[in-house]
Design a protein around this ligand. Sequence first.
Ligand code: ATP
Length: 275
Amino acid sequence: MSERALNYEYCDQLVRDFEDVVEQPIISKSSVYYTGVDLGTACVVLAVLDENYKPVAGAYRYADVVRDGMVIDYIGAIKIVKELKQQIEAKLGIELIYGAAAIPPGTDTLDSGAVKNVVQAAGFELTNVLDEPTAANKVLKIQNGAVVDIGGGTTGISILKNGEVVYIADEPTGGTHFSLVVSGAYGMSFQEAELYKREARNHKELLPVLKPVVEKIASIINQHIKDHDVEEILLVGGTCCLAGIEDIITKKTGIFTHKPQNPMFVTPLGIALSC
Ligand code: ATP
């Protein structure tokens, strides 16, 4: 197996293991636990690894406490992180001490420590705050390629050279636009469309409806990568859960595009690995 295939396998296995422990935590005798806290626009995720960096527990909740990477409901964010932390602690029968977090690239001055403060106020000893693509790349292990993070409000494009982030961009097209298209096409409210879109069983039917928005995202990717040597594209972020999105992006960019099993969990796992 080639090195890249091995890395895809590592990433997919880690995410599969995490999905399993979200359902059924593993009670281990680890001497230490590392928690990655991912505060997203649509979703807050906690990923817990043991001393061998194996997933043992996780929890997530759809929430509206962050917008475009900025904490807009500080008290609400603390409450959710605290509740998810307590929920995991009760299942594992331990206290989670160490936590790390990530912020969208280029937002450190705008964030002014809000994400860090949320994680600390929720009861974690903060060990690290890193940027999201760097966190994702702890799992993806790209040397020369792009991480495309299609979240709720935006699409983040990060280009890596020799494993380091060398270029970032954030464009205001994301899963919210997908929901608006579904809402218009099916005459549903935004909230109904949002839930309909998340159901995997509806994806086959939705793909042709959503193809123009995916193609728009692919053309945005093309604009940003055109001056770089991008050998592969790795998709992360909740919107990439849409079945078949990777094929449209491969076709429009002409670059091999890999989607890990459940792309929503890559960044939180990468944050936990950096804890
Ligand atoms: P941002 O990156 O914009 O700050 P975020 O980090 O909260 O947002 P994610 O949690 O990565 O974003 O993704 C949220 C988006 O993913 C939402 O638009 C949501 O509807 C969409 N999404 C989540 N699960 C699915 C799914 N199973 N199928 C399709 N879309 C999904």
